[in-house]
Design a protein around this ligand. Structure first.
Ligand code: HXC
Length: 309
């Protein structure tokens, strides 16, 4: 299912014609939403994901819905960004179709857990995607841009926990904080060669992948409908997908060329009011954590069965 018509997007039709954007984790959730806005505005978009069928079906859907006069289109590739060699080979293939003008580090893994319950493998399951994977993708594309003297815009999808910590999501909070520092560091190191780095820190934009692991049971409880807003959000609602997509397009486009090294929160002011994280889970006991773990495990199993890389 697609999300947008041109009326949802605040930019003129064809804005992104001539741009070529890679979005990791682009087959579902926020990645797909950002891909959709770019295709709608005429960009040539490549989406990567571990589930080959899912990513290819999403690419076809976006091209069918929005490829058209502006020339937008989307290609899906099965790529596991935990494997640096796989990134390199896939990037060769991307470049063979034309150099990228932008990259969105969106792929992530996360689940709520008491930190004392995490094994080394559990930490790696998150950090290998978010921290290492995003860096290796950035490095592989970056080397090509530098060697060819090309300008580009890189955005990373973080969370507001990069500023005040993320209790019960420590591997994710640590990994995304690392990407926040990568954003600031490379904005300076590569900025003088035309490669910009910015980040988006979204508050609650409910998606199936995240909510199954961060609010286990919540999507079943709402019959699959998008959940209600956290009372800790000053604006009293969750984010709308078009709001996130508009910000991503702005940062990718040369229209924002003087914005560099910034992490922009889009959370209705939630992190200013009370952290917006999982502090409330401090009240949970063993029973609640066991139920959460079982629910997350079931989601992970379902996800793993669909992976093709
Ligand atoms: C404790 C857990 C656990 C849990 C798994 N593990 N779930 N430990 N509590 N609930 C442990 C396992 O026991 C195992 O360790 C290790 O983690 C690896 O588990 P696997 O199931 O084999 O991992 P894997 O197949 O790699 O999948 C895990 C995953 C997966 C990476 C988290 O869910 C995934 O790929 N998710 C992608 C989609 C996603 O998570 N999206 C949400 C992103 S939201 P042992 O030692 O037992 O072997 C986000 C920020 C949102 O990033 C911010 C919102 C405000």
């Amino acid at each position: 299912m697609t999300e947008f018509t041109q009326d949802d997007i605040m930019f003129k039709p064809g804005l992104m014609k001539g741009q070529r954007i890679l979005i990791t984790g682009g087959g579902t959730g926020l990645g797909k939403v950002m891909a959709e806005a770019c295709v709608l505005l005429g960009a040539d978009v490549v989406i990567w994901g571990r589930r080959g069928e899912v990513v290819k079906a999403a690419a076809q859907e976006l091209t069918d819905a929005h490829g058209g006069l502006a020339g937008g289109r989307c290609t899906g590739m099965a790529v596991d960004i935990r494997v640096p060699e796989a990134i390199h080979d896939a990037m060769d293939e991307v470049w063979a179709g034309g150099p990228l003008t932008g990259l969105v580090n969106n792929a992530a893994g996360n689940f709520i857990s008491r930190t004392e319950d995490l094994s080394p493998r559990a930490f790696d399951a998150i950090a290998n995607i978010v921290f290492r994977g995003s860096f290796f993708v950035t490095l592989d594309a970056g080397k090509r841009w530098l060697a060819e003297g090309r300008h580009a815009s890189v955005i990373s999808i973080l969370t507001t926990w990069v500023w005040h910590g993320g209790p019960f999501t420590v591997p994710s909070a640590m990994s995304k904080a690392g990407l926040n520092v990568m954003t600031q560091s490379l904005a300076v190191e590569w900025g003088n060669r035309g490669i910009r780095f910015n980040a988006i820190a979204p508050g609650p934009f409910p998606t199936e992948g995240a909510w199954a692991r961060l609010n286990p049971g919540s999507t079943e409880a709402t019959g699959g409908a998008r959940p209600k807003a956290d009372p800790g959000i000053p604006l009293g609602r969750n984010g709308e997908m078009r709001e996130l997509a508009n910000l991503a397009v702005y940062l990718l486009d040369p229209g924002s060329a003087y914005v560099n090294g910034q992490t922009i929160a889009i959370d209705g002011g939630g992190h200013l009011q009370g952290g917006g994280g999982f502090t409330r889970l401090a009240a949970w006991g063993d029973k609640e954590w066991e139920a959460a773990r079982n629910s997350i495990r079931a989601s992970n199993e379902k996800d793993r069965a669909q992976r093709t890389v």
